[in-house]
Design a protein around this ligand. Structure first.
Ligand code: KIV
Length: 304
């Protein structure tokens, strides 16, 4: 597990000296070190996530909502994800990079899943893929892992099933549902998943899963006892106001700063204070005089 040391990024003591690996993440669980995961969808934010020293960068299909403006993640395509993931991998060099398999790209069977997952590694530079789903995805997870593709599983509130769930609702609240989720998580670990996201489930259920697995659990709305935590970047930064789940903590309000900056630009253009001399280019007086002299001459007759 690389130490977080001084880096090229202005000396911030947060970025590891080398790229993190999947075995590093498993070792972090073993050593009781918390894992951080954050989403990003483009090169600019990938650079910032990298600079902050985040361990895992997920190119989530939450992109469907926060980048593409859909009401949920269902319409997202493999091509959407590949383009965003490729941009991210050009900006982030330290975190483990995980590409999220969109709805319909793995449910049709392990071979389709293999073909689509391979695109994340070959075309977009991802280290691993994430697959939403419980016991029904076990065969797919096993096929991907056996063929050399690392898989992060995802159980609990799996947003691709939003219609079946009747909304973005907390899962595993009854003893029976919680038992089923625990068994699913164990089956996914047995199938070879290297980590598992637990989304929107009661904290005690997440604690029980975490205690039973030797792979790291990454919680989102799953309480403090998971091995790591993930949030959606746009929720963290205040860039997305359409839907705010209870678990999404806002650490900054960049959205209102963006609006303030754009209003100032709008005002300065309208009142003529932008662009000023500092943001404009000059030319030699002699060149300008020559140009003016040339323009003052009678226009040449047009060639016929
Ligand atoms: O799509 C996504 O961003 C996710 C995270 C919320 C885990 O699946």
């Amino acid at each position: 597990m690389p130490e977080k040391t001084e880096s090229a990024y202005g000396g911030a003591p947060t970025v590891p000296a080398r790229k993190l690996t999947i075995p590093d993440l498993v070792a972090m669980k073993r050593d009781g070190k918390k894992i951080t995961m954050m989403t990003a969808y483009d090169v600019a934010f990938a650079r910032l996530v990298d600079k902050a020293g985040i361990d895992v960068l997920l190119v989530g299909d939450s992109a469907g909502m926060v980048m593409l403006g859909y009401p949920n993640t269902v319409p997202v395509t493999m091509d959407n994800m590949i383009q965003m993931a490729a941009s991210v991998s050009r900006g982030a060099t330290h975190p483990v990079l995980v590409g999220d398999m969109p709805f319909g790209t793995y449910q049709t069977g392990p071979q389709d899943a293999l073909r689509n997952a391979a695109r994340f590694l070959k075309e977009a530079g991802m280290d691993a893929v994430k697959i939403e789903g419980a016991r029904e995805t076990v065969d797919t997870v096993r096929t991907l892992v056996e063929n050399g593709i690392a898989v992060m599983a995802h159980v609990g509130l799996t947003p691709q099933r939003v219609a079946q769930f009747g909304g973005f609702k907390t899962q595993a609240r009854s003893a029976r549902a919680a038992r089923r989720l625990i068994d699913d998580a164990v089956a996914l670990e047995d199938a070879g998943a290297f980590s598992i996201v637990l989304e929107s489930i009661p904290s005690p259920v997440a604690a029980l899963v975490t205690e039973r697995l030797s792979i790291p659990t990454i919680g989102i709305g799953a309480g403090p006892d998971c091995d790591g935590q993930v949030l959606v970047l746009h929720d963290v930064l205040g860039l997305f106001g359409d839907f705010k789940p209870k678990f999404a903590k806002r650490y900054a309000d960049i959205g209102s700063q963006v609006v303030d900056a754009l209003r100032e630009f709008d005002r300065e253009v309208r009142d003529g204070t932008f662009p000023d001399a500092e943001h404009s280019f000059t030319m030699k007086d002699s060149e300008l005089d020559a140009l003016r002299g040339d323009l003052a001459k009678p226009a040449r007759p047009k060639a016929v």
